[in-house]
Ligand binder design. Structure first.
Ligand SMILES: *[C@@H]1O[C@H](CO)[C@@H](O)[C@H](O)[C@H]1NC(C)=O
Ligand SMILES: *[C@@H]1O[C@H](CO)[C@@H](O)[C@H](O)[C@H]1NC(C)=O
Ligand SMILES: *[C@@H]1O[C@H](CO)[C@@H](O)[C@H](O)[C@H]1NC(C)=O
Ligand SMILES: *[C@@H]1O[C@H](CO)[C@@H](O)[C@H](O)[C@H]1NC(C)=O
Ligand SMILES: *[C@@H]1O[C@H](CO)[C@@H](O)[C@H](O)[C@H]1NC(C)=O
Ligand SMILES: *[C@@H]1O[C@H](CO)[C@@H](O)[C@H](O)[C@H]1NC(C)=O
Length: 930
């Protein structure tokens, strides 16, 4: 207790005293007199102080103190109803914006949630049994309870699981359409440029709820926008082409009976048509997922980041937990245990599953990754082999074909895919990933979404998209680590990492790279799997999809630069996964010097050939292919035209192409690239083997990730990278010292308030690109007072990861330490500090529940702007306290936990200051090796 007590620095105590003074004067008086008085204190103060001291170890003492005091305040005020609901609002406000823990604001009850109709004309009605359900909200607590409990019963033989997208993707708004009974709903509703507004009004009147919220103003004119005559024609044509009646429900009479149209709107979307507005397309796509999209081949359930279970999915029909009977089974099992109150505890069901015998047979174990299992992510460095960058698909086909009867569904699909890919000339590879680029009134933002899983214009709500992107990244990293797949941050994601260990807040996707060998392992084991985040960590659901032509490693016809995607099924946002491989691509000019220095040592003998080419079939140059096609009736005119276009494009670009290898033949280039260790993605970004051959373990978005050791050199190949680590500006945002976070230039100007124009805000004196510590404090308080909530919350919630990265920068770039010393400090940072990082953002589903509760509460009572700025100030002060402890090298977050080596300097990362000059720190790569 004493040594941890010592961690509570003076600044910290001052702050706490200030709070105590404000809220609990008598405790404060006692505290001021003598610390020893503690032991004799009242129950309250004692509890309070011990929590405070303990929490200080992980750096959250200040918040803990504040929240403890709030409880204190609640307890000491008389229970007036108004104060109560105000207190509830205050607590909820803090939880929503400043607390990232996975904490459900409500419980899920069988009777109150599942068996009470939640939306639509029958809202509030009680159902007798689950058999009466026509729709339900697939709340993760419900679905996990049912599924985990079912799987925990499973025996040694693995039985494919019934599946419907309905249980895993978000159908909340779509359920409103299912609930409609009288409004004349048919295909046309989902294929117009915008909704038929009189029908929309009718539906919303019938259901008593809005069908969507984002960008509502478009429909706000008195009778809503009309569809023009040509728009009506287009709508009818699209609906006729792409949509049919649901035979199940249309067979019955026009008056919808209870069971006939369960889980159906009465029509089925067969193909997607994106020439409509986002709110229309979104429901079209949900219908498509529900009825038409093929089912995943498996569920991959993460066990934290330490392992995964995989359960094959029954392919012949679509069945949600009600239709498959799993729900009823679960309820029956429950009634035996007399579950009287009907509250579901999905986490305890999940724990039971995790410990069950059945779960052991479902563990993923990838034989091809035996080596990596003991190596990747194991320590500070992950080493790659040159052989990871070439893959012989024809040999793989033989291997798989030789054990055809024992292949899993994933392997069968992969085998098909390899056959298709190797038999197809690059000129003819079809575009694999589809984005709804045609969406109307959406600034081409559709391209950042997968066409199938698009679920609304989420970019119009940046707060929401940040949550979803974060959930995606942390789940992806856990997925990689759990399965020993090697993959590192690339492009914009790596660039964002550079500054504060986070993606740029304006980026709407992530980019990662992996060696071609690992892409094949990914495809063989996970293509078309639905990856589920460990429910103890969050509710992310992601579809892993690998393209159909991954044996081609050049840009080819340009259709398939991306190899695979990790797609959020509730927004369509994705991580772009690209593989690096030897190929016959022409080197970029950037590698001219490297190439020219080495080319003479290579010789002319062709030592390496692309193992994936089939002679006289897929290795034919374009011109030869064209000639061959001329007399080949098995090819269409369209194909001839495609080849002709590629030849034209090549001829136009060739003269100005600066590539040092443009005069070499394809097979020579393959040989050269192989010999030189130059690998490329299909968009022809090259890297040199030694830039990535050692990967460094780090933390990104608060979780374990890998970056190439020469990340500065890599970034410089694509971007202009300033030498300083702060005060830089991109995309009208600046990265501020002391704040360690990006801030919009317009907001920065306001918060600096240099000319004093904003009343109630103090003015900042030091320059924006080099703020001093006092001015950072002013800026933070100003952000609280002006209710710049997004900025304040982002900075507050990311202070741990940004401080982690700050320390890492000092260690990576220090001139003071030997490599050996750096390694030991970095390991300590990674293992000890890194393992206690709190989530930097909240789970999107928890946020949804909290927002819903917020809307309920605040319909009765609102917090005043004074209330808000007072609340915000608490958190601004907490960042100020954090910064000041960091400056004084006394931040508990960076202190060594184990007492053993406490007294020693090198135990405390506060004291180990690598002494780097941040104004030139990024001028060259980190020096991690002698
Ligand atoms: C579809 O519904 C619209 C009303 O929104 C109606 O005018 C139209 O006749 C319906 N079409 C069919 C084929 O039922
Ligand atoms: C729009 O909906 C109304 C009400 O259902 C219907 O009468 C009308 O025909 C629809 N208009 C079009 C263009 O489908
Ligand atoms: C609807 O599609 C069918 C074929 O599926 C076609 O015969 C018919 O002409 C189409 N009607 C309209 C109005 O486009
Ligand atoms: C992944 O699965 C899809 C859908 O079955 C298939 O088209 C694609 O070729 C597969 N990719 C690989 C590399 O197996
Ligand atoms: C490919 O075609 C050439 C003639 O164009 C022929 O000489 C050669 O034997 C063929 N190779 C194979 C493997 O069929
Ligand atoms: C195609 O066939 C015609 C005659 O059948 C022949 O004259 C011509 O040279 C052939 N073209 C090629 C590219 O083989």
């Amino acid at each position: 207790m004493d040594s941890s007590d010592a961690l509570v620095s003076r600044v910290f105590r001052e702050k706490v005293l200030k709070w105590l003074k404000r809220y609990a004067p008598f405790v404060a008086t006692l505290l001021r007199r003598r610390r020893k008085v503690f032991s004799a204190l009242s129950l309250f103060a004692c509890l309070f102080v011990s929590v405070l001291v303990l929490r200080s170890i992980d750096g959250t003492a200040y918040e803990a103190a504040v929240s403890k005091l709030d409880q204190f305040r609640t307890l000491s005020t008389s229970p007036q109803p108004v104060i109560d609901s105000k207190q509830q609002l205050v607590q909820l406000y803090k939880k929503i914006h400043f607390d990232t823990s996975l904490e459900y604001p409500t419980v899920y009850g069988l009777h109150t949630d599942l068996l009470t109709v939640q939306i639509g004309p029958q809202k509030g009605e009680k159902l007798n049994s689950a058999a009466d359900l026509r729709f339900y909200d697939a709340d993760p607590r419900l679905v996990w309870s049912v599924l985990a409990s079912h799987l925990a019963q499973a025996s040694k033989t693995v039985v494919p699981l019934p599946f419907s997208w309905y249980d895993w993707a978000d159908f909340r708004d779509y359920n409103k359409l299912i609930s409609v009974q009288h409004s004349p709903l048919n295909c046309t509703f989902l294929f117009g440029h915008h909704f038929n507004s009189s029908l929309l009004l009718q539906i919303e009147t019938e259901t008593g709820e809005r069908l969507f919220d984002i960008d509502r103003t478009y429909y706000n004119t008195e009778n809503g926008p009309e569809l023009s005559e040509s728009e009506i024609q287009d709508m009818l044509k699209r609906a006729n082409d792409s949509c049919v009646a649901d035979s199940r429900s249309s067979q019955l009479d026009s008056k919808r009976s209870q069971s006939s149209n369960a889980f159906s709107t009465g029509f089925i979307v067969k193909t997607l048509q994106d020439q409509v507005r986002p709110e229309v397309y979104r429901l079209q796509a949900r219908n498509y997922i529900l009825h038409t999209l093929s089912l995943p081949l498996s569920l991959t359930v993460l066990n934290g980041n330490s392992g995964a279970w995989q359960i094959p999915i029954k392919q012949d029909r679509r069945e949600n937990i009600m239709q498959s009977g799993l729900l009823q089974e679960y309820l029956d099992r429950g009634s035996k245990r007399s579950k009287t109150r009907g509250e579901l505890d999905h986490l305890s069901e999940f724990d039971k599953f995790a410990e069950s015998d059945g779960s052991r047979h479902l563990l993923v174990d990838i034989k091809d990754l035996k080596e990596e299992k003991t190596k990747a992510f194991a320590g500070l460095f992950t080493y790659l082999q040159k052989s990871d960058f070439e893959f012989d698909a024809l040999a793989k086909i033989e291997e798989l074909a030789s054990r055809a009867e024992f292949l899993t569904a994933h392997e069968l699909s992969y085998l098909d895919s390899l056959r298709f890919s190797t038999q197809t000339h690059f000129a003819f590879t079809p575009k694999y990933f589809q984005e709804p680029g045609g969406l109307k009134d959406f600034l081409e933002l559709g391209r950042h979404h997968d066409a199938r899983f698009f679920n609304g214009a989420i970019f119009r709500n940046p707060d929401q998209s940040l949550l979803r992107l974060n959930s995606m990244m942390i789940t992806f990293q856990a997925f990689l680590k759990a399965n020993h797949l090697t993959c590192w941050l690339a492009h914009g994601s790596l660039f964002g990492y550079l500054y504060n260990g986070l993606n740029f807040p304006w980026d709407n996707d992530f980019d990662v790279q992996m060696p071609i060998r690992h892409l094949h392992i990914l495809a063989q084991n996970f293509n078309q799997s639905l990856i589920l985040q460990d429910p103890r960590e969050g509710n992310g659901r992601f579809f892993l999809d690998v393209g159909s032509s991954i044996t081609h490693r050049i840009q080819g016809n340009g259709n398939n630069n991306i190899d695979a995607r990790f797609i959020d099924i509730d927004s369509g946002l994705y991580i772009d996964i690209t593989a690096l491989s030897v190929s016959s691509a022409m080197l970029s000019n950037r590698d001219a010097v490297f190439f020219n220095q080495r080319k003479d040592s290579i010789g002319t003998e062709l030592k390496h050939r692309d193992p994936n080419l089939i002679a006289n079939k897929t290795d034919i140059p374009l011109q030869e292919l064209y000639n061959k096609l001329a007399n080949d009736s098995s090819h269409s005119d369209e194909e001839r035209r495609q080849v002709e276009q590629l030849i034209q494009a090549y001829k136009i670009n060739f003269p100005s192409n600066p590539s040092p290898t443009k005069f070499y033949a394809a097979d020579q280039r393959y040989n050269l690239n192989h010999e030189l260790g130059l690998y490329n993605c299909r968009n022809h970004h090259f890297v040199q083997f030694d830039m990535i051959s050692t990967l460094v373990s780090t933390k990104y978005h608060g979780v374990s990730a890998l970056v190439p050791s020469k990340y500065i050199a890599l970034l410089k190949r694509e971007y202009r990278v300033p030498m300083k680590s702060y005060g830089v500006t991109y995309q009208s945002r600046s990265f501020l010292k002391g704040v360690r976070s990006w801030i919009q230039s317009s907001l920065l100007r306001k918060l600096m308030n240099v000319a004093g124009r904003h009343e109630g805000l103090e003015s900042v004196r030091s320059p924006a690109n080099n703020l001093n510590a006092e001015d950072v404090e002013i800026l933070l308080r100003n952000s609280a007072k002006s209710n710049s909530l997004e900025f304040l919350a982002y900075m507050h919630n990311s202070k741990e990861i940004s401080t982690y990265r700050l320390k890492e920068i000092e260690l990576h770039f220090s001139q003071k330490y030997t490599a050996e010393k750096k390694h030991s400090l970095l390991i300590q940072l990674y293992n000890e500090v890194g393992s206690r990082l709190k989530p930097i953002m909240k789970d999107p589903f928890i946020r949804f529940l909290q927002d819903r509760k917020w809307n309920e509460l605040s319909s009765q009572l609102e917090l005043s702007s004074d209330d808000l700025s007072e609340l915000n100030l608490e958190f601004a002060e907490s960042v100020i306290a954090w910064n000041s402890l960091l400056d004084r090298k006394d931040l508990p977050f960076l202190s060594r936990l184990s007492d053993k080596e406490a007294g020693q300097d090198d135990g405390d990362l506060n004291i180990n200051d690598g002494a780097v000059d941040h104004s030139i720190v990024f001028k060259a790569d980190p020096k991690l090796f002698e």
